[in-house]
Design a binder for this molecule. Structure first.
Ligand code: NAP
Ligand code: GLV
Length: 312
């Protein structure tokens, strides 16, 4: 098969990706550049700019190397009839679980406060609480949310997880699975830490805003590991400055890189990560790609297809 590769990365990263992908799928022809009307069976893409696949003919699959596909879905030049598969990779889910565990542990044990105290040369011991007294609510119970909810429950936190469809089996004994808009207010009211792992869709854009924050108890914290478009940044700053929210851990932003001078950089109650909660792991992701290309060659349906109607 002929595979077109499109990515929003620098030349070194592009070369690394192509090396790993070619090694995992050696019997395919990989295209880096194409002319209008050129035929390709599959496009393998890493968050490419809109229009990147324009001109390709005969595509049977677009395979994303990213888990979140909202940028691809917003590209009017992406052929609507071509199936779109997103990256679902246990290595990436595990990385996300590590990031969430670090954030929740740091909030629960006051490690962000101790980091601030160190900058002020302040020696002050804070009360040590048990994990079992810190309820965590995970928004989204997909590939990432399940890994996160399971890891947090294993660490001893009382975990609830919220999804769109009917309640499913819990990813870990004791995780309370909730679904639908009606279940959200009570879940928010009982949460001390909120971890967002929703996809960015028309329904979820701006969900982390003033109305949601008002339903969290005073002193709750927010961890956004999904997309910047979920967060209404001025509402978060207002809730932090009013003391309603205690801390925010943010990995994703409306504008990335986070612009110099943005208030999040210096806010004492905000921890900034540069969109690294779960980077695609090239070696295992190449295996996921190879498996889906194999399915296509055998006439089997590709795995992890996006439902364009739902937007994820
Ligand atoms: P996924 O498997 O598609 O799971 C999405 C979950 O969100 C599902 O449980 C779904 O409910 C739920 N959901 C969707 N819309 C909802 C709504 N309106 N109300 C309630 N629940 C809703 O996605 P994933 O692989 O877990 O990834 C989640 C997101 O993480 C990605 O879209 C991406 O934005 C982000 N991400 C960030 C990084 C990073 O480094 N920061 C890395 C990877 C991914 P159902 O179960 O009912 O369908
Ligand atoms: C990263 O944010 C991804 O969606 O894979």
């Amino acid at each position: 098969m002929r595979i077109a590769f499109a990515a929003s990365v620098g030349p070194d990263e592009r070369a690394e990706w192509l090396q790993v992908l070619r090694a995992a799928c050696p019997h395919h022809e990989w295209l880096e550049h194409w002319h209008p009307g050129q035929a390709a069976d599959v496009a393998v893409v890493a968050n490419p700019p809109p229009g990147a696949l324009q001109g390709l003919r005969g595509l049977r699959l677009v395979q994303s190397l990213w888990a979140g596909v909202e940028r691809l879905l917003q590209d009017p030049t992406l052929p609507a009839e071509v199936p779109l598969a997103r990256m679902v990779d246990p290595a990436m889910n595990a990385a996300m679980a590590e990031t969430a565990a670090w954030a929740v542990l740091s909030l629960h044990r006051g490690f962000f406060d101790y980091a601030r105290q160190q900058r002020e040369a302040c020696w002050r011991q804070r009360p040590q609480r048990r994990a079992g007294t810190v309820p965590v609510l995970v928004l989204g119970l997909g590939a990432m949310g399940r890994a996160v909810a399971g890891r947090l429950a294993a660490l001893g936190y009382p975990v609830s997880a919220w999804r769109r469809g009917a309640a499913a089996d819990a990813p870990w004994p004791g995780v309370q699975v909730l679904h639908g808009a009606a279940a959200l207010p009570a879940a928010l009211g009982g949460a001390e830490v909120l971890v967002n792992l929703l996809p960015l869709t028309a329904d979820t854009r701006g969900i982390l805003g003033a109305p949601l924050f008002a339903q969290l108890p005073r002193g709750a914290s927010v961890v956004n590991l999904a997309r910047g478009g979920h967060l209404v940044e001025p509402d978060l700053l207002a809730a932090l400055d009013a003391g309603h929210l205690r801390h925010a851990v943010l990995d994703v932003f409306a504008t990335e890189p986070l612009p110099p001078g943005h208030p999040f950089w210096t806010h004492p109650c905000v921890t900034v990560l540069p969109h690294v909660a779960a980077l695609t792991d090239a070696r295992s992701a190449a295996g996921v790609v190879a498996a889906n290309l194999g399915r296509l060659e055998r006439g089997e349906p590709p795995l992890h297809l996006v439902d364009r109607g739902r937007g994820y």
